[in-house]
Design a binder for this molecule. Structure first.
Ligand SMILES: Cc1cc2nc3c(=O)[nH]c(=O)nc-3n(C[C@H](O)[C@H](O)[C@H](O)COP(=O)(O)OP(=O)(O)OC[C@H]3O[C@@H](n4cnc5c(N)ncnc54)[C@H](O)[C@@H]3O)c2cc1C
Length: 429
């Protein structure tokens, strides 16, 4: 039986068959001819930590028909094959003089996979990726290929930009893009109290800000990216290799592995992380937003209203310090603007995101449950692609259009062809 596993290695399935559609017609046929009661799921590049993508029946892989990008420079909309990975999207767009306006911290996800779970980066003036969608193509349960936008199948479009794969199979995504731009990046360690004390003024005054609190210390690593017309001041290849590959991956991985073998050393090892120094450079946006992640981990991330971030982080720092947990991975904090995508974790509100990680092979559940207990009562919404312990019962009240989404799902897919266990758990179907 064929095997599929996700990036983190936490989800492994042996589906009855794995199909890579060679054309949209082939995809339509596979969906239409799926036997009664069989489930069909399309995976992206497996960067979700949850089993959101998988099925034991027919697992689809991004198709070989996913080739070029069509850009309408006049409207600023790029038609992107659903299964194209973001690193390729960025290269294609840059060649044509365009860029995605904001993105997360890696580019290994597919276009469809990233919007389907509400993937986001940071910056209050910008939304997550789903908020940048202008349309999409969708193969529905009976094999029909429909086009969706604000003017065509508008309800499917409005509800389906974050759909967890439950509306059908996306064939392309129309993204609103912008002319290429540079970012002036400043990366520096700062005292946590200083970062929290200035958090509201910082996130409202700069384009893209994030920080990583280093557990067991009072330090944070900060990243501030400002959009600029300044000429490039790139890092040398040697400096990128040293800081991003060696220090952020191999050296950090070695620290994590040592911490896993000797957890009592973690607080002492943590004090080495703020010594990375200050770095400033100006480079093309997508080279600044994203980095390579070679160290494997498990992750949970919650969105909360932006104004509650300081309160939330103060409690997290306090509870981690009072617990006997030993955490080698920094806690990541980002923000995003409000959007109008019903199942987006930033729907209707400016959000702050708090992400906690645990190095592979270490027990994560007590830590993640402790953080979830803090964030859930703060109107927390879990990232759909990252670990959490919630179900439809608790999620329903967090999304104004949850029932409308479910009704549309049932209308598009009455027999539940595109469901799986995870989607049933979080939607209640
Ligand atoms: C190292 C790492 C860094 C990350 N950084 C960030 C970050 O900065 N910000 C953030 O928000 N998240 C981040 N994530 C989470 C990640 O962005 C999401 O989990 C994303 O959904 C993964 O995309 P994927 O292409 O791997 O899709 P998968 O995880 O394979 O699938 C995700 C969902 O998309 C659906 N799907 C995929 N293709 C289609 C299609 N063609 N039609 C319909 N549905 C489809 C799947 O069925 C599934 O429901 C990170 C994850 C990792 C491992």
């Amino acid at each position: 039986m064929p095997t599929w596993r996700n990036w983190a290695g936490s989800v492994r399935v042996h589906p009855e068959r794995i199909v890579t559609p060679t054309s949209i017609e082939h995809l339509q046929e596979v969906v239409r001819l799926a036997p009664e009661g069989q489930r069909v799921r399309m995976v992206g590049s497996g960067h979700s930590f949850t089993p959101i993508a998988v099925t034991h029946d027919t697992l689809l892989r991004p198709g070989t028909f996913d080739e070029g990008i069509g850009i309408d420079g006049h409207s600023g909309i790029a038609r992107i094959p659903a299964g194209m990975v973001l690193s390729d999207v960025n290269e294609h767009l840059a060649t044509a003089g365009f860029a995605l306006t904001n993105m997360g911290d890696i580019t290994a996800q597919t276009m469809a996979g990233s919007i389907s779970t509400s993937t986001h980066g940071t910056g209050l003036r910008y939304t997550g990726l789903a908020g940048q969608v202008a349309g999409f193509g969708l193969v529905t349960a009976d094999g029909t290929h429909i086009t969706c936008s604000a003017t065509e199948n508008a309800d499917v479009f409005r509800l389906g930009r974050v759909a967890l794969g439950a509306f059908g199979i996306l064939t392309y995504v129309d993204m609103k893009v912008v002319p290429t731009f540079q970012l002036r990046a400043v990366e520096e360690p700062r005292r946590l109290d200083d970062v929290l004390g200035h958090f509201d003024t910082t996130v409202t005054s700069v384009d893209h800000f994030e920080f990583y609190w280093i557990p067991h210390t009072r330090w944070a690593l900060t990243k501030t990216n400002q959009r600029t017309q300044d000429p490039p001041e790139p890092r040398s290849r040697a400096s990128v290799w040293w800081n991003k590959t060696i220090m952020e991956n191999y050296a950090f991985g070695a620290v994590c592995a040592t911490g896993r073998a000797f957890p009592s050393l973690i607080p002492r090892l943590a004090t080495a992380l703020p010594s990375t120094g200050r770095h400033e450079f100006v480079e093309e946006s997508h080279r600044v937003f994203a980095t390579r992640r070679l160290v494997k981990f498990h992750e949970m991330e919650y969105s909360i209203p932006r104004e509650r971030l300081v309160e939330a982080m103060t409690r997290i720092v306090d509870e981690v310090e009072r617990s006997d947990l030993r955490i080698s991975f920094p806690v990541e904090v980002r923000v995003a603007g409000a959007d109008d995508v019903p199942l987006s974790t930033s729907y209707g509100r400016e959000s702050a995101y708090i992400a906690v990680h645990m190095y592979k092979g270490m027990v994560y559940e007590p830590y993640f449950r402790m953080i979830e207990r803090i964030l859930l009562p703060l109107e927390g919404r879990p990232h759909w692609g990252k670990i959490h312990f919630q179900s439809a019962e608790t999620l329903q009240s967090r999304y104004e259009h949850f029932d409308a989404f479910r009704a549309m799902r049932r209308q598009l897919d009455p027999s539940g062809k595109f469901l799986n266990q995870y989607v049933e758990r979080v939607l209640g179907c």
